[in-house]
Design a protein around this ligand. Structure first.
Ligand code: NAD
Ligand code: UDP
Length: 333
């Protein structure tokens, strides 16, 4: 198939691009480089030993996007492009609605124009908000607690109406839990600009000495050791979920929703311990106050995606830390 990947030079998009190329698909990446580097394009080509096209373009530029679609004529789109910093979304919500919702609407216009009817969309567990029960299943109430999560839910709603508007339209919504880890080669991985917001990249940078110490946000949660618990998933497993989902897209009527997580959670202290074991480094940390907007525990019920496309995770926390450390060692030199 010919697959157009938006945000394909970013963290999850780049890993997914490699899996699609290796599976024999022809891809084209559209990215505005707002949170990625051109080097990633070279790395994907060198890892896959395959040439493919990249367009540096903002999704909101509908005219230019239509022209890219008209010449590539994709069979399907995988839509990763979006802004994802929760704190920034609270400070500048319009930027998030404009880029994430506006960009998605522009994308649908370009798809419509070129007769492309299939899309996979990167949504997030944040659409559920505070858990009413656990594990989160796809029926859980949707009630995001910040503009980033709202922008994901709004896009889901737009896609729902789009999918139902024509018999040929099909959308798969993948709600990711906590993607971590990196490609085995160590040549691509998560490369956040500035000080990382997320736990794993922060731990990596403490391990390599780029950062002094980790602050553990909250040690009085109702969990095994009092620290927050999350469902971490290896980015390679997450990428493979896209490949299997797209292979099975014709099984769905118009739109369907799938959690992508492992189904079990690890606490912050368990992550630190696992990372210390894999890296052989001491991770310095202090216990600090809870972070605003954090839930105590979040993990997925991943039964639905397993049933849909026979996907299940292959990598455990050990592998996530090992691959993340391999990538950190290469980038922090
Ligand atoms: P990322 O920032 O590494 O990748 C996103 C890419 O999209 C970047 O390369 C960026 O330059 C590009 N982009 C952003 N806005 C664009 C626009 N308007 N036009 C063109 N390109 C644009 O993020 P990621 O971690 O790879 O996440 C990919 C998707 O998955 C995002 O939509 C994110 O919200 C979602 N998601 C991520 C996580 C996570 O923890 N990483 C969790 C749940 C959902
Ligand atoms: N966390 C932490 N210190 C940090 C970053 C995160 O203790 O510097 C904790 C956070 O409170 C949560 C877990 O690590 O319990 C995962 O946080 P992350 O931001 O990676 O993911 P999210 O909160 O979006 O699920």
């Amino acid at each position: 198939m010919k697959i157009l990947i938006t945000g394909g030079l970013g963290y999850i998009g780049s890993h997914t691009a490699i899996q699609f190329i290796n599976a024999g698909h022809e891809i084209l990446i559209v990215d505005n480089l707002s949170n990625s580097k051109l080097d990633v394009y070279k790395s994907i080509k060198s890892i896959t030993k395959t040439d493919f096209s990249f367009e540096e373009l903002d999704l909101c530029e509908t005219k230019a996007l239509i022209s890219v679609f008209s010449s590539f004529l994709p069979d399907a789109v995988i839509h990763f492009a979006g802004l994802k910093a929760v704190g920034e979304s609270v400070e500048d919500p319009i930027k998030y609605y404009d880029n994430n919702v506006g960009g998605s609407i522009s994308l649908l216009k370009a798809m419509e124009h070129s007769g492309c009817h299939k899309i996979l969309f990167s949504s997030s567990a944040t659409v559920y908000g505070v858990p009413e029960y656990l594990p989160f299943d796809e029926q859980h109430r949707l009630d995001p607690i910040n503009p980033y999560g709202q922008s994901k839910l709004m896009t889901e709603l737009v896609l729902k109406d789009w999918a139902k508007s024509k018999e040929t339209n099909q959308a798969i919504i993948l709600r990711y839990f906590n993607p971590v880890g990196a490609h085995k080669s160590g040549f691509i991985g998560e490369d956040p600009l500035g000080v990382p917001n997320n736990l794993m990249p922060f731990i990596s940078q403490v391990a390599s000495g780029r950062l002094e110490e980790l602050k553990v946000f909250g040690s009085d949660y109702d969990t095994r050791d009092g620290t927050g618990e999350r469902d971490y998933i290896h980015v390679e497993d997450l990428s493979r979920a896209h490949l299997l989902s797209l292979n099975n897209i014709n099984k769905i009527d118009s739109i369907d929703y799938f959690n992508v997580g492992t189904g079990s959670g690890y606490t912050v202290l368990e992550c630190i311990k696992a990372y210390e074991k894999e890296s052989g480094k001491n991770i310095k940390y202090t216990l600090a106050a809870r972070r605003d907007g954090d839930v105590s525990i979040s993990y997925a019920s991943a039964n639905k995606i397993k049933e849909f496309c026979d996907w299940s995770p292959e990598f455990d926390l050990e592998a996530m830390c090992k691959d993340s450390w391999n990538w950190e060692c290469k980038t922090s030199i």
